[in-house]
Design a protein around this ligand. Structure first.
Ligand SMILES: Nc1ncnc2c1ncn2[C@@H]1O[C@H](COP(=O)(O)OP(=O)(O)OP(=O)(O)O)[C@@H](O)[C@H]1O
Ligand SMILES: [Mg+2]
Length: 272
């Protein structure tokens, strides 16, 4: 307050500070940018050879949010994540993360910047132990001194992984493997986590637990971009959602509004 209203005797000699100079650049970066937007995807077009998979996708993730991307098989949800994480760079459009253009960056530098993903199908190293798989998530990091702290955080979120840290990942149940994939993503101490179908193929009890953990990770301060087939559960935990249809965003709204939307209910929530 005092910065904006200098005492009258000083007002004449010192001009009012410009709004841009009030917050140090570092603080602006920490906030992610305009309106707390940490990830901004603008009109991206992504291809597999000549297949035009994404036909102009735009979406945003803000600090503190869980944003979900729902839609039918083949709509382009995984391709959207692959465009963001650098595995399939878009041919057109722009992706900005924390104010930096990452549109054409390779996957390894995007992980280094703080985006980590639990991929569709989990992609664990089946012959390696739970602990070794978790270690793989931290290998890009330079601040190794925090390794123990992050491992403890993962074990606190997933106590079952602590019990099974020496077990080979390939012998875990599907739900436990999903926990390893999510834990591995967290070991990179990410600024944004992307989850591709974390509930796929899991028994209902594990599905519930996984969504609870998604919420918990978010409440600990990490924004999440969540791709899900289980639209009902995803909209239940998310703040906002995007509905994809064959390479386009068909709808976007607050998660609660989407869950009430008739079109969404018919197509994705199994209601008539
Ligand atoms: N490696 C690939 N080569 C060629 N086409 C691909 C490849 N991967 C995906 N596609 C195509 O791109 C489109 C989008 O696929 P994508 O995997 O992104 O969909 P999705 O929404 O994740 O679907 P699902 O819910 O089944 O995982 C589909 O038409 C798909 O056939
Ligand atoms: Mg997919």
């Amino acid at each position: 307050m005092s910065e904006q209203t200098p005492p009258p005797e000083r007002a004449a000699e010192s001009p009012a500070p410009q709004p841009e100079t009030q917050a140090p650049p570092q603080q602006q970066r920490a906030n992610g940018g305009r309106d707390g937007v940490i990830l901004e995807v603008t009109d991206i077009h992504t291809y597999y050879g000549s297949i035009h998979a994404l036909k102009g996708i735009s979406l945003q993730v803000r600090e503190g949010e869980i944003v979900t991307l729902i839609g039918a098989n083949g709509a382009g949800k995984s391709t959207t994540l692959r465009s963001i994480n650098g595995l399939n760079n878009p041919r057109k459009g722009r992706i900005v993360f924390q104010g930096k253009d990452i549109t054409n960056d390779p996957a390894h530098s995007i992980v280094k910047m703080g985006i980590s993903q639990s991929p569709e199908g989990r992609r664990l190293f089946p012959h390696m132990s739970v602990l070794e798989n978790l270690e793989m998530g931290a290998f890009q990091r330079t601040d190794r001194q925090n390794f123990k702290e992050d491992l403890d955080r993962v074990y606190a979120l997933f106590p079952r992984l602590a019990e099974r840290k020496t077990q080979r990942a390939g012998t875990l149940s599907g739900g436990e493997q999903q926990m390893v994939a999510m834990g591995r993503a967290l070991m990179a101490r990410p600024k944004l986590v992307m989850l591709d179908e974390p509930s796929m193929g899991l028994a209902p009890i594990f599905v519930e637990r996984i969504f609870e953990i998604v919420k918990e990770i978010n409440q600990q301060g990490t924004p999440i971009l969540l791709v899900e087939q289980n639209a009902m559960m995803a909209l239940d935990v998310a703040h906002r959602g995007y509905v994809m249809e064959t390479g386009h965003i068909a709808l976007t709204d607050d998660a609660k509004a989407l869950a009430k939307n008739e079109q969404v209910q018919k197509a994705y929530l199994g209601m008539d």
